[in-house]
Design a protein around this ligand. Structure first.
Ligand SMILES: N[C@@H](CCC(=O)N[C@@H](CS)C(=O)NCC(=O)O)C(=O)O
Length: 214
């Protein structure tokens, strides 16, 4: 049976780290999908005519046939459920505890470290913008990130759980907010972030934002 069509809605600049996560998940599973954009600056997502209006009025929004879903980690979990391994590539660890840990990391990155998210917005990552030094709250947030990421990635591991999973992309994005701004980041974490950034699926998303910027 043929699969319903998949569409991923993004902000028009492709600067959203959450859209990136959903995009990378689709790419890793090698699913055919089309991209659509909504103009957040112009408030297009707040118009009742927009597909995501009845949900959260935010991107990313996934359309799979008649089903619409927002919240990036709900999207990546849905894709893993519907396009399950081994038929499709795995984007979460097989082991239940590692899978739970990956979801924990995703939820944590989306709900904590606000000073980093505010002071190192993703134009740093996707458009090469440089920001002023972090304030006290930013420094405390960065120290927390380094300590926790350091615990998760002991001994300079290249992936959180042996093999790549979607939480690696999310954690690397958070670290790269600092690395790509030129902030001091412990070597092992900067190397991990650089390694993750080279992944083809991530680079395809980076290319989208670069194309839009240029
Ligand atoms: N927790 C959400 C965050 C989504 C989010 O913050 N999206 C932003 C773009 S990066 C957005 O749509 N902002 C428009 C708004 O909130 O009005 C997720 O993981 O998908």
């Amino acid at each position: 049976m043929s699969q319903p069509e998949i569409t991923l809605w993004s902000d028009s600049s492709y600067f959203s780290p959450y859209v990136m996560s959903a995009y990378v998940a689709l790419q890793e599973k090698a699913l055919p999908f089309s991209l659509q954009t909504v103009d957040l600056d112009g408030g297009e997502h707040l118009q009742p005519g927009w597909r995501g209006y009845a949900l959260t009025r935010r991107v990313p929004l996934l359309q799979h046939g008649n089903f619409e879903l927002s919240e990036s980690s709900a999207i990546t979990e849905y894709l893993e459920d519907v396009f399950a391994p081994p038929q499709w590539e795995r984007i979460y660890p097989h082991d239940a505890q590692k899978r739970a840990r990956a979801r924990q990391i995703q939820a944590w990155i989306r709900s904590d470290l606000m000073p980093i998210r505010e002071q190192r917005s993703t134009d740093v990552v996707f458009a090469g913008v440089k920001k002023p030094p972090l304030d006290q709250a930013g420094i405390a947030s960065a120290e927390k990130l380094f300590a926790i990421a350091g615990n998760l990635l002991e001994e300079g591991k290249q992936n959180l759980f042996g093999e790549w999973c979607i939480a690696d992309t999310d954690l690397a994005l958070m670290l790269n907010r600092l690395v790509l701004n030129g902030d001091a980041v412990p070597d092992a974490l900067a190397e991990y972030a650089a390694f993750q950034w080279q992944r083809a699926s991530v680079q395809r998303y980076v290319a989208l934002s670069a194309k839009r910027k240029g």
